[in-house]
Design a protein around this ligand. Structure first.
Ligand SMILES: Cc1ncc(COP(=O)(O)O)c(C=O)c1O
Length: 499
């Protein structure tokens, strides 16, 4: 292991020393420490940032085969996060998800997948050729959020199929965490590895008020985005192993060397190293103060039009959840009919310079982080101003819709005819969505927010999904995986032989 004085920010410190003096570069990158960078960007970003945009110079080590500073930095990250091994990712949690699927599940082998997963999981199934057995969510949360998993069902499916890996997402977008410890116990009784997509819970390690982090709860592999709730640059993430299998850890090494760039910018790697060390040093105090302030403030954020929702204990304990993230603030409209809060989100952005995490029809989600703990008084003032602003906008008629909406969001597990990989390679045709019921989808349809797949390639398109597409399209939500032409919506379906 590295020597004492080098223990903090092993990679970021080394690179800072290295770029102190201007170098003569007869090697890549083409901008040569910014000398040849576009003038526009030099003005916007400053020149200094380019000097750190290097890779594989003598003192930067090699991400795919780390021997020095990157090895130390990843060891330090593992130590901070309580992992046996940690890998730095420069293509987000997505790369970690693909690597784990590719490393652990051979083409044709089975993986138990939480149906409410991120699309990166489904892309990973296309790459890896793993055969998904989908685990239906239990609809025990308000319909905007997602449900938990039925532990008995996990048990039953592990008994019935030869499953190599269980993959669940926890916490969800709203910060609600599954009971990972209970899922891990079942997996391990069946000798199956558990992988948790903890992209939204990277900060859980740093304060006891957060739900228990998945590694501590017994997961074998965990992926976490560094950019979602911590101070890493976009694209940065961590993949952890609990050390259950050296054999699979080595496969992960190989997979990541295939999936990640051979020229990762030191900007990303330094940002992981530095952000992690800083939150390790200061996180407990900062989160403690932020959570305390939010607890005291929550009641004051209720207005005549919006209530701040906290998942009640009853919901959490009854539904195989382990807790929720107090840094998520959910505002819900009190008059739930006749509202569409995406209009308020737009108005906040355009007229007030306020960006929020997401808005659905009847709720809005705010994500707070350590950045909001730096000046607590200001954060408090801003949140009170936010609550007053949405109230004002709503009173002025923004977010209010005239027509009564009796749409009900049914969630049923459809019939899966093909794996995502087989669907990807199958012959396709374009079909008007209104006539696509019972056909097999070749598209992955995701509705933003929050972007989880509504239709997965290979599934028979369900009537409820068609209704949801038309409903959410009319409400102005962004839908990917469909096309629009002359006011009609289309989807790619699999060409099936005529019976
Ligand atoms: C649950 C979940 N998993 C994985 C990802 C992918 O993470 P990244 O953007 O770091 O690749 C996301 C992104 O939004 C997500 O919400």
């Amino acid at each position: 292991m590295q020597d004492e004085q080098n223990i903090k920010n092993p990679f970021a410190s080394e690179l800072c020393d290295y770029v102190q003096d201007r170098k003569t570069f007869y090697c890549m990158p083409g901008h040569k420490q910014g000398k040849g960078a576009p003038a526009f960007l030099k003005k916007a970003w400053g020149e200094k940032v380019f000097s750190y945009d290097i890779t594989e110079v003598r003192r930067s080590d090699v991400l795919a085969y780390p021997k020095k500073e990157l090895k130390y930095a990843q060891e330090r990250a593992a130590e901070i996060m309580g992992a046996a091994r940690t890998w730095f990712l420069v293509n987000g949690s997505s790369a970690g998800i693909h690597a784990i699927l590719g490393a652990i599940v051979k083409p044709g082998e089975k993986v138990l997948v939480h149906r409410e997963c991120h699309k990166a999981v489904l892309m990973g199934l296309v790459f890896s050729g793993a055969v998904p057995i989908y685990l239906e969510p239990v609809p025990n949360l308000p319909e905007y959020a997602y449900g938990s998993v039925d532990l008995q069902k996990v048990e039953e499916l592990l008994g019935k199929h030869d499953i190599k890996l269980v993959l669940v997402t926890s916490p969800n977008y709203y910060g609600i965490s599954l009971d990972v410890a209970a899922i891990a116990k079942i997996c391990h009784e069946h000798d199956v590895l558990l992988f948790v997509d903890e992209a939204h819970g990277t900060h859980f390690t740093f304060h006891e008020s957060f739900p228990m982090q998945a590694l501590r709860a017994g997961a074998d592999y965990v992926v976490q985005s560094m950019h979602k709730t911590l101070g890493g640059l976009y694209q940065t993430a961590l993949l952890h192993s609990a050390g259950t299998s050296e054999f699979f850890d080595e496969r992960v090494d190989h997979m990541l060397s295939m999936l990640q760039s051979t020229s990762p910018s030191a900007l990303f790697l330094m940002s992981i190293d530095a952000a992690l060390e800083e939150v390790h040093q200061k996180g407990e105090e900062l989160y403690g103060a932020l959570i305390e302030m939010l607890e005291a403030l929550r009641g004051q954020l209720n207005t005549s039009k919006f209530g701040v929702v906290v998942p009640p204990d009853g919901v959490l304990s009854a539904g195989n959840f382990s807790g929720f993230d107090p840094c998520k603030i959910i505002f819900r409209s009190i008059s739930m009919d006749e509202v569409n809060l995406i209009h308020i989100k737009e108005a906040l952005s355009e007229s007030y310079g306020i960006e929020i995490e997401l808005a659905g029809e009847d709720h809005m989600l705010l994500t707070l982080s350590v950045a909001d703990a730096v000046d607590l008084e200001r954060t408090k003032k801003n949140l009170i101003h936010f609550a007053k602003t949405i109230d004002k906008l709503f009173t002025a008629g923004i977010g209010y819709v005239e027509e009564q909406d009796d749409f009900v969001d049914h969630r049923e597990l459809p019939i899966f005819e093909l794996t995502p990989r087989d669907a990807f390679y199958a012959k396709k045709r374009v079909q008007q969505i209104s006539e696509a019921e019972h056909l097999i989808s070749a598209s992955m349809v995701c509705i933003y927010p929050p972007g989880y797949p509504l239709i997965i390639p290979g599934e028979r398109i369900h009537e409820a999904a068609i209704h949801k597409i038309y409903h959410d399209h009319a409400k102005g939500f962004t839908i990917i995986g469909i096309t629009e032409d002359a006011g009609e919506l289309f989807i790619d379906v699999i060409e099936e032989p005529v019976k």
